[in-house]
Design a protein around this ligand. Sequence first.
Ligand code: NAD
Length: 359
Amino acid sequence: MDFRTLPDFKGHKLLTMINDEQTGLHGFVAIHNDILGPALGGTRMYLYPNDLAAITDALRLSRGMTYKAALAGLKLGGGKAVLVGDPKKNKTEAYLRVYGQYLNYFNGAFFTGEDVGITVADIEVIAKETLFVNGRSEGLHGDVKGSGDPSPVTSLGVLYGIRACLETIFGNDTISDRSVAIQGLGKVGFCLANLLYEQGARLIIADTDNRLVERALAKFQGAQVVEPHIIHCQKVDVYSPCALGAVLNDATIPELQCRIVAGAANNQLATPTHGDTLFTRGILYAPDYAINAGGLINIAGERELNGYERERTLRKVACIYDTLKNIFERSACEQVPTHSVADKMVEEILTNAEKLKNN
Ligand code: NAD
């Protein structure tokens, strides 16, 4: 198969397969763009049904990382690694260490960190073999100060994003008494629920994992639980997808009863045309890579010359509010859907960087 014919390959610089028979390591690294700096993107481990599904995910996610980094003002490119396997069964120490050795082949063109199926603890194992990891556990690792689990910072960024959406739709960004339907109570969703709860939001929650629902119910008094397959169609101010991608699709969009879609999940739109449909329906969509950049900003903080500083990171995360307000204003002014405005803003940044490089 000629991978260049895959629609998601467009614009990519590199797609590499990694394979180790002894440990069963098998996966792909995609680098989308490195005009702003070395590619940074997490490693996802998932039991993909086949290589094509894994490659497609890597390509879509690495492109998303280029866009996320550029819009967040980071000097980083976009890349992503996907490992084909069951994290609960196949992820041994030897497996992770061999993966670390593979990262050395990229010699600093690709840095990775945690993602679905890979934890910060796994990154520490990988780091035994390579320097090309970011998102280390908190504390000192030689000269590197670890930024820790990015998820709470991602949640904080999503909270800023939700406030920007509320301000745009209702004229004030108060969370108190606003209703929010949260899809997924994992690392980001639970933390976001906590931030919203502390500020007086009315929560409707769902997760396919009952233990996580129980944990949330014990903490968030008055939260309403619904079955996962109907969380998107609740009558709420905000629907916040914090689980899977492609949740905004032909089946779900006609059923939405919210004013705003603002959540952490990557690649929420099944296709760009679904962003157009949301716009036509008058539902304000916070482009995923704009609102969920907090974790990347946190990880990138490790790469600053004087090391990771929490306060500086949190100041940058707060800018997600203004970034989204800019997108929404431009969208209203030009009558263009928000996802297209965000894409256009990134493409302007990349084109300018390209011009500077060529001068
Ligand atoms: P996670 O795996 O900890 O949580 C996801 C949760 O969604 C799990 O609890 C899972 O049971 C639940 N879930 C799966 N299918 C569901 C369904 N159909 N309905 C309801 N719940 C369902 O992952 P996370 O780190 O919290 O990330 C959530 C999303 O945000 C992912 O798409 C991830 O790519 C994206 N994201 C995460 C970060 C981060 O810092 N962790 C940063 C940017 C983007």
